[in-house]
Design a protein around this ligand. Structure first.
Ligand SMILES: [Zn+2]
Length: 236
């Protein structure tokens, strides 16, 4: 693909994503162009390797050209740049996910910037930003095979909750989420109500071999919030 074709492709992908979501991120562009696969993205979010560029299916000169096209397109569309944090709140500390090999702050900022549709009202823009930031929140995995906690060394049976911190598995007891309880998906009303009351909530996912993707199983929430919501729905 020559530069002109590539530039057209970037614009096509970006316009489509903007149309669907009202914002575009560099991750969307990388996925849309096939430089990044959803599995690699998930591994990066789990901090299973150090920086995203390492696993992209594109050479660096093509990549920087792509990013340049994307930024120029966003500017000409009058989109609003918003820098978003990409973090993994694993266990007790926050890990900032890295995009580039160099780790250069300017390059990282470019990658982290989302472009938001100016058509939205300010309130809707803020809601969108909140949603984007939420999607970067931690996840807990239900494991399909036995594992061992790298902290307390306890054996974790199949079906246990696990969190990743870099490449190390942690049992829930060894994380800051140890006091949360599991609320399985399926009762939308209860989930919504509990989430509203819970000061913390963590998404629980499980890998589906058949569908080759992570599927949502429920949430970890505070016990107090769950009881309050259950009580309300029973008596109200
Ligand atoms: Zn442990």
């Amino acid at each position: 693909m020559n530069r002109e074709e590539l530039s057209k492709k970037v614009i096509t992908v970006a316009s489509q994503v903007l149309h669907d979501k009202q914002y575009v991120s560099s991750i969307d562009i990388l996925l849309g162009l096939g430089y990044l696969s959803p599995n690699i993205l998930e591994d990066w979010r789990r901090v299973r390797f150090s920086y995203l560029e390492e696993r992209l299916q594109v050479n660096l000169s093509q990549l920087s050209f792509t990013m340049k096209c994307f930024r120029q397109w966003a500017q000409t569309q009058g989109l609003l740049p918003r820098e978003t944090a990409y973090v993994q709140k694993a266990c007790s500390r926050i890990i900032h996910l890295r995009f580039s090999k160099s780790g250069n702050e300017m390059i990282e900022t470019c990658y982290r910037t989302h472009y938001i549709s100016p058509i939205l009202t300010e309130q809707k823009q803020q809601r969108l930003v909140d949603k984007i930031e939420k999607s970067n929140e931690p996840v807990v995995y239900i494991i399909a095979s036995e594992s061992k906690c790298s902290q307390c060394k306890k054996e974790m049976a199949k079906g246990s909750f696990l969190m990743m911190d870099e490449d190390n598995p942690y049992c829930i007891s060894c994380t800051v989420y140890k006091d949360l309880v599991f609320l399985p998906a399926g009762n939308a009303l209860l989930t919504r109500r509990t989430k509203k009351y819970s000061s913390q909530s963590v998404v629980v996912v499980k890998f589906s071999r058949a569908r080759k993707r992570y599927e949502r199983q429920g949430l970890l929430v505070t016990e107090k919030a769950l009881k309050k919501a259950q009580n309300e729905l029973e008596h109200g």
